[in-house]
Design a protein around this ligand. Structure first.
Ligand SMILES: [Zn+2]
Length: 429
């Protein structure tokens, strides 16, 4: 076996791998459910064609391909004596009118890493498996992370009965994709066989660009609170009810929105958003009788987010009180912040330092497959700079140089993990 201490991989080999990866992002962008823009949803015909293309590349890289019971495409390098597995990947589905890099880049980087190990003739003490998750964005079924929930055993059987806009269920989509999801459990990985999971994903913000850094290391995925806020006032004639007698639900909502914005602006690290409003009856000549808002609150520290939520509850009561209408918050969903694995993240950080001298610790405000994988195995998440933080948009851009840095960092990290596993195995032998 080749020496598994972090070594310098030939720079031309890395450059070639980066070029191949960028070209493949362009190629896979051609597989779309819609003409003229990138939209690729769970188990669609475009996803099937993409699988065929990606499988051919994986097979050429000596990875054995399979599609599991939830539609994930997995390329597996041969099993080793330890029977352990290290997973790298991200998602293959997109939002509507997406860019070329969100998700797909993370899968193709996994493939590039496997190719680099082949070309450098480095054997690892575990099977390297590259996974392209079938579903992360939640577009088709309004339910995200079907792929990663599937392999972590956290996809309830009942979710397979969800239907899309055409009335087609998850189960029937999987059946027609050839997955035969009769055995959902077969998609689950055994935690004891897994050494870890690494995801590389575009940052979707401007922290790295502003710091002039190509990559960063995520330590935490922010916790999130979602809720519905409703003001019930009294509908009335816009031309006859005087202002001092109005109980205008929409005006109450407007006051609350600005106060929530101010709370976000004045609380370090807090993202506080009302992204949706529905006023009824919704006519220009009628004072709104009810207004329904959707709240999204995120912070890396759960007690800070919880305190902000309590503050919003008080604001709702105050505004309802002085405007003499009813206000309530319901449908509350709290999702705690998720920490990445310390040891694996430290190995990732050391590798980043070797390549770009500074490893910036970051918080992800967006959810990622890595968040789900933490339930199963040691997980780390590498962010890659994207131009102006643009994502979920056709203008998404990642530079060739940054792709090369990401491959280098990922290779070095896996070498570190491989070294740790080899040392651990020999000391217990
Ligand atoms: Zn993504």
């Amino acid at each position: 076996m080749a020496n598994l201490t972090p070594c310098d991989i030939d720079s031309q080999l890395l450059r070639d791998a980066a070029k191949r990866t960028a070209n493949r992002c362009d190629r896979l962008a051609e597989f779309s459910d819609e003409e003229g823009r990138i939209t690729r949803t769970f188990c669609s015909p475009a996803m099937e064609r993409l699988h065929a293309e990606l499988s051919a590349w994986m097979t050429a890289a000596k990875l054995e391909c399979e599609v599991d019971a939830v539609g994930n495409l997995i390329g597996k390098s041969p099993a080793t004596a330890s029977d352990e597995v290290f997973l790298i990947g991200s998602h293959l589905d997109t939002v509507i009118n997406a860019g070329r890099f969100d998700g797909v880049l993370g899968v193709l980087l996994g493939l590039a890493v496997a190719e680099v190990f082949n070309e450098a003739k480095i054997e690892l003490p575990f099977s390297l498996q590259v996974i392209g998750f079938s579903e992360e964005e939640g577009v088709r079924y309004r339910f995200p992370f079907i792929g990663s929930r599937g392999i972590t055993g956290s996809l309830p059987e009942s979710e397979l009965d969800r239907v899309d806009a055409n009335g087609s269920s998850v189960r029937s989509a999987l059946d027609s994709f050839g997955c035969g999801c009769g055995n959902l459990a077969s998609a689950s990985y055994e935690a004891c066989r897994l050494v870890g999971f690494m995801e590389a994903h575009i940052e979707q913000a401007v922290v790295l660009e502003e710091a002039s850094l190509p990559v960063g290391v995520v330590t935490t995925i922010a916790g999130q609170t979602r809720a519905r806020i409703v003001f019930d006032g009294v509908a009335g004639h816009a031309g006859t009810v005087p202002h001092d007698r109005r109980r205008d639900a929409l005006a109450a909502a407007a006051e609350l929105i600005l106060k929530i914005e101010s709370l976000g602006q004045n609380t370090d690290g807090l993202f506080a958003t009302i992204g949706c409003i529905d006023a009824k009856p919704g006519l220009s000549n009628v004072i709104a009788g009810t207004a329904e808002l959707r709240l999204d609150l995120r912070h890396e520290v759960d007690p800070v987010r919880e305190a902000a939520f309590d503050q919003i509850q008080r604001l709702v009561d105050e505004i309802a009180g002085h405007r003499q209408l009813a206000g309530r918050i319901d449908n509350v969903e709290h999702t705690p912040a998720v920490q990445m694995d310390q040891e694996l993240t430290s190995e990732l950080s050391q590798s980043v330092v070797e390549v770009v001298s500074e490893a910036k610790s970051m918080v992800s405000g967006a959810g990622h497959d890595a968040m789900i994988l933490t339930k199963l195995t040691a997980t780390c998440l590498l962010f890659i700079r994207c131009h102006q933080g643009i994502s979920h948009h056709p203008d998404e851009t990642v530079s060739l140089d940054d792709i090369e840095v990401a491959i280098n960092v990922m290779v070095k990290t896996i070498l570190r993990v491989g070294h740790r596993c080899s040392v651990g195995a020999s000391s217990t032998a």
